[in-house]
Design a binder for this molecule. Structure first.
Ligand SMILES: [Zn+2]
Length: 222
């Protein structure tokens, strides 16, 4: 396997950060149910999820005490190591309805990496730990307020069976949009996953960036 060069990774990541036009569509495509949604409807779902995240972020920026009240009411602790070490890297977990587990060591290591690589300028007002924490706080909000992302059920049919299910990617899109607006980031925090993972698994981080860049090119050529 070709070894990953950190300079190359950072260059490609910065390119992705400045070029990625619709990272939320990529997130939606990872939803196990995405193929059951027609493209026009998918677009409107994504837009709605984004605007809900944005709207909540704007409101809580203006009402910091309300936000602090919610944070103070939560149970927050460290993510157990066994859970953090599963193959797909987990930085934090939201447990219904008021419990957040976060891997602070992992995120501190990642923060150290982005600072060393001069990437932390992309997050002028925050840190990776805060970003990830606020992402989970959005999941608390969406449950407490029963937001559209929770209510939205996809109705579909398999043979004679009528089914309905939640599109979890919409919650993720709204959470990303919430964090992006709250901290006024230039692009979606979902793109930062590769930077967080880099210190544990450079090959996977590089593969994520390469794939994302390829998909953006495909997306723009239509
Ligand atoms: Zn989430």
């Amino acid at each position: 396997m070709r070894s990953v060069k950190v300079e190359e990774f950072c260059q490609q990541f910065l390119h992705l950060w400045s070029q990625a036009t619709n990272p939320h569509l990529q997130l939606f495509k990872q939803d196990p149910l995405h193929a059951k949604v027609d493209p026009a409807q998918a677009e409107s779902f994504i837009e709605t999820a984004k605007s809900i995240g944005k709207q909540e972020a704007r409101w809580y920026r203006e009402h910091p005490q309300e936000l602090q009240g919610i944070i103070d009411s939560l149970k927050i602790n460290e993510l157990p190591e066994a859970q953090a070490q599963q193959e797909r890297y987990t930085f934090a977990v939201y447990k219904k309805t008021d419990h957040i587990m976060i891997d602070r060591n992992f995120l501190a290591q990642a923060q150290h990496f982005i600072e060393a690589q001069q990437l932390s300028r992309l997050l002028p007002a925050t840190t990776l730990t805060e970003l990830v924490f606020m992402h989970e706080v959005f999941h608390v909000l969406e449950y407490r307020k029963n937001l559209w992302t929770i209510q939205r059920q996809l109705h579909y049919q398999i043979g004679f069976l009528k089914k309905q299910a939640r599109l979890y990617s919409l919650s993720e899109i709204a959470a990303a949009s919430f964090v992006q607006t709250f901290y006024q980031l230039e692009n979606s925090p979902t793109l930062l996953a590769s930077c967080i993972i880099y210190c544990k698994n450079p090959e996977l981080a590089q593969a994520l960036v390469t794939t994302a860049l390829k998909e953006q090119t495909i997306h723009r050529s239509y």
